[in-house]
Ligand binder design. Structure first.
Ligand code: PDD
Length: 283
């Protein structure tokens, strides 16, 4: 079965899914996106993803061509038509195709595209052995809370990680504090057993997985602190982990060559991954 994509109202084989070269997403990165996990054929934490999509659209005064309810139907159709039990669904809305001009075009309908992909997110080998992280300067703009399709800084950070033999990059502001991963939220666990992650602000994307993981930690009466942490504090942490729709919760065992704890996934990361999987499968 060939992959089925969605483009502006129609489901079509991926090889036929095309948009104009004048699309403002292509020319200006004038658009937003969302990624949600699929487990057991179901969308995970999707209410939060759709709410964030709406928030991103509002922040950019971008009008969706369909309602948020229809967005969910399109996502479900992509999952079903592609027969996906485990993987990801991707949706993107841009300000449409118009003659190239920086200001908003008048009377132009937004472009909506979507596709789905299979991915082993439950049985990830990295869940067992943990991942390695490098740090990189955070080169992004001042509205990182918007899930914009302008991802060049994240591409460069992730490429630096790949070239260093690592699986993720943690981006660091000029003040030495970690903002977040190139496509994930960053957490450390202090030697005193506190889970630390940066509070939501314009400096980071408000992660949907982050939100659920913190709620689960709270239910279990685990100690957590929402505060910025410096790279130097992370080197000295007992554990670290990341959260994202594409990887759920993944333990981190090394940052810039500094092994954390015993150099193997720590108990907090393991427990939070297990708790999140239980929560997701019960949805
Ligand atoms: N990225 N921070 C950034 C910069 C991200 O791009 C992402 C997700 C997250 C985690 O958010 P969530 O838990 O809602 O997925 C944090 C997605 C997976 C991506 O771009 O592929």
């Amino acid at each position: 079965m060939s992959d089925i994509a969605y483009v502006n109202g129609a489901f079509t084989p991926l090889e036929d899914a095309k948009i104009s070269i004048l699309d403002r997403g292509f020319l200006f990165a004038d658009g937003v996106y969302e990624v949600a996990a699929i487990i057991d054929g179901k969308l995970i934490d999707n209410e939060a993803h759709v709410a964030r999509l709406e928030r991103s659209l509002n922040a950019l005064r971008l009008e969706s061509p369909v309602s948020m309810g229809e967005i969910i139907e399109i996502e479900k159709a992509l999952v079903a038509r592609n027969g996906i039990r485990e993987g990801l669904v991707y949706l993107q809305i841009t300000r449409g195709a118009a003659e190239r001009d920086f200001s908003f075009p008048e009377g132009v309908k937004a472009t909506l595209i979507g596709f789905a992909q299979k991915k082993n997110i439950l049985a990830s080998p990295y869940a067992e052995k943990g991942i390695k992280v490098v740090t990189a300067p955070d080169l992004r703009w001042a509205r990182r809370d918007i899930k914009s399709i302008a991802l060049l800084a994240q591409v460069l950070a992730k490429q630096a990680a790949t070239e260093a033999g690592c699986q993720e990059a943690w981006m660091v502001d000029a003040d030495g504090f970690v903002t977040e991963g190139s496509s994930s939220t960053a957490f450390i666990v202090t030697k005193a057993g506190a889970i630390v992650t940066r509070p939501n602000s314009n400096a980071i994307l408000p992660g949907c997985t982050r939100r659920s993981v913190l709620a689960l930690a709270e239910q279990r009466a685990l100690t957590f602190e929402e505060r910025p942490f410096a790279v130097t504090e992370a080197y000295d942490a007992a554990e670290a982990f990341l959260t994202s729709a594409s990887n759920l919760v993944l333990p981190i065992v090394e940052i810039d060559g500094h092994a954390l704890g015993d150099g193997v996934p720590g108990p907090y990361a393991r427990e939070l991954r297990a708790l999140y999987l239980d929560f997701a499968r019960a949805l």
